[in-house]
Ligand binder design. Structure first.
Ligand SMILES: Nc1ncnc2c1ncn2[C@@H]1O[C@H](COP(=O)(O)OP(=O)(O)OP(=O)(O)O)[C@@H](O)[C@H]1O
Length: 129
């Protein structure tokens, strides 16, 4: 018989000042690493690379590249929050439920809106370039 011991990660102690800033940066990096495990996010990274490359090839102005970068960061933020929602929902409701469906569909719609904004903006910037 094997005993399976679930290990719970320890909650780190609260820090202040510079140590707090460095700790926060570490948590954000951990979030990015977790997000990179999501196929949807990896596809969005590829899409973002293609969109920026298209703008560069079309010699779009720097302002257009910067705005596209901001939109892509907003997309990454939405995908991170969507993934967090999925994790919480899967924990709270592993079985089928209307609550789980609505929560996940809403997160999915948020990502869709920012995908549309990114593609729409690229198209506009390419037309204007
Ligand atoms: N527990 C559940 N109860 C009801 N519907 C669910 C449940 N889990 C998922 N769904 C439905 O299936 C859809 C896809 O859910 P899933 O967890 O597979 O997301 P996903 O395809 O991995 O999303 P993403 O591509 O954004 O990562 C949800 O949007 C929702 O409509």
């Amino acid at each position: 018989m094997t005993l399976r011991v679930e290990s719970t990660p320890l909650v780190p102690a609260k820090s202040r000042g510079l140590a707090h800033l460095l700790a926060s940066a570490g948590y954000s990096l951990a979030g990015l690493r977790r997000l990179l495990a999501e196929p949807a996010f990896r596809q969005e990274v590829c899409l973002g690379t293609v969109l920026l490359a298209l703008l560069l090839l079309a010699r779009a102005p720097l302002a257009a590249l910067l705005l596209q970068g901001v939109l892509l960061l907003a997309l990454a933020a939405a995908e991170a929050l969507n993934t967090a929602i999925e994790l919480i929902v899967d924990r709270l409701s592993p079985e089928f439920s209307i609550f789980a469906k609505q929560a996940k569909d809403l997160g999915s719609f948020a990502v869709f809106c920012l995908l549309a904004a990114n593609l729409g903006y690229t198209a506009l910037a390419l037309i204007q370039a």
